[in-house]
Design a protein around this ligand. Structure first.
Ligand code: RI2
Length: 298
């Protein structure tokens, strides 16, 4: 990460808030880069702490953001300096990208034997896994759900099509119909709770239920920095509520809009999580976090 290319803290915070930069891993890398850039400009410990708070307040659900910030800011502990903060930011960005490649390979192996796979929302970890699977043996199709209200499924559909994967695009409500011909579901996630529940884009919980009913395996692709040791279950993770206008452009008098953008998929509906260390049963994800990040976070 060349320091000159690092965004300013305010630019990074605004880009994350407005979802110009989105995706659990990408927002974590973006925040780490911004802190690294600030540290490189010899910011004081106070300025760095203020910047960390500003970045932390941008999006509440994805623990990847908090883990990245805590890891980078850990450079201030034990006589650390802004130089240590910069070095940690660089290391986080580098390790996060390497972790995604590994997650992709692990996820690709989990999808072996599946000819038609289905995904929801836009997760670079899940896309990397689908691409890895397709590279080993061509898929018949990747079914991509639209993912209301932001329609991030469109980004996924484009990315997979550009990678040469045959894509079929369906509305969210068609998931049960789609599952009749799907061999495996794979999604990303924003947070994995200590018990292995995952928090991902709204609709994932329903998808996991439909997959269970249809007897289709449900996999999650995620880097270990999306594990939240402080949330015992997914229901302790704060769920972001976004603007009403994302759902209903024009208000209707007497109609209230609720727009929760994430939901909780219980651990017992997840077959395996593809972490960078290998396929992991959900209830063992926490021990992977502790072995990788336990001593590195602040
Ligand atoms: P990667 C996204 O959140 C989606 O919920 C996606 O499944 C998750 O982050 C993980 O994405 P949003 O920022 O880190 O679109 O795998 O709200 O790219």
């Amino acid at each position: 990460m060349p320091p000159r290319e690092a965004p300013t803290v305010e630019d990074a915070a605004t880009a994350i808030e407005t979802m110009e930069v989105r995706g659990a891993a990408k927002i974590a890398r973006h925040a780490a880069s911004a802190l690294g850039g600030l540290a490189h400009r010899d910011a004081s410990a106070g300025e760095l702490r203020e910047a960390a708070d500003r970045l932390l307040a941008t999006r509440p659900t994805a623990v990847s953001l908090r883990n990245a910030i805590e890891y980078v800011m850990g450079g201030l502990d034990d006589e650390g300096s802004s130089e240590t903060v910069y070095a940690r930011a660089e290391r986080f960005v580098h390790d996060a990208l390497r972790a995604r490649e590994r997650v992709g390979r692990v996820g690709g192996r989990l999808l072996q034997g599946a000819s038609t796979v289905l995904t929801h929302c836009n997760s670079q970890a899940a896309i990397t896994a689908i691409e890895a699977r397709h590279a080993t043996e061509p898929l018949d199709a990747a079914i991509v759900l639209e993912t209301r209200p932001w329609r991030q499924g469109l980004i996924t559909a484009r990315q997979l099509a550009e990678a040469g994967v045959p894509v079929r695009f369906m509305v969210d409500a068609a998931m049960a119909t789609a599952l009749e011909e799907v061999d495996a579901v794979i999604t990303g996630c924003d947070t994995i709770a200590a018990n292995g529940d995952i928090v991902n884009k709204i609709g994932t919980a329903l998808l996991s239920l439909a997959a269970q009913e249809a007897g289709v395996p449900f996999y999650v692709a995620a880097e270990s920095f999306k594990i939240d040791p402080r949330s015992a279950t997914g229901h302790e993770v704060p769920i972001e509520e976004r603007e009403d206008t994302e759902v209903l452009e024009e208000p209707i008098p007497g109609v209230e809009v609720d727009n929760p953008v994430f939901d909780v998929t219980p651990a017992d509906r997840i077959d395996q999580i593809a972490l960078e260390t290998g396929p992991t049963p959900p209830n063992q994800a926490l021990s992977v976090f502790e072995s990788i990040w336990g001593t590195k976070t602040a």
